[in-house]
Design a protein around this ligand. Structure first.
Ligand SMILES: [Zn+2]
Length: 76
């Protein structure tokens, strides 16, 4: 199988759970602080309360995270 035909982690999740809005943030709060959680990262790594303050704090930061870590592959 060609490498390009293997779905990425993100594509596999989006196909398996199409009703989840994977590319929208989840607002998260813990006693230590708040942040915008990334569904892909949470699905892959999980998250602990002490990590929440280190999450993106603004939509712009969240979009930068998406662009860097979960870019949409051009599939032609
Ligand atoms: Zn992420």
């Amino acid at each position: 199988m060609e490498r390009s035909m293997v779905p990425s982690f993100e594509e596999a999740l989006e196909r398996a759970y199409p009703k989840i809005e994977w590319r929208l943030p989840i607002r998260m709060a813990a006693p230590q602080g708040t942040g915008l959680g990334c569904r892909f990262c949470i699905a892959r790594y999980g998250i602990k309360a002490h990590e929440i303050p280190a999450l993106p704090q603004t939509i712009a930061e969240f979009h930068a995270h998406m662009k860097t870590f979960h870019p949409i592959r051009a599939s032609l």
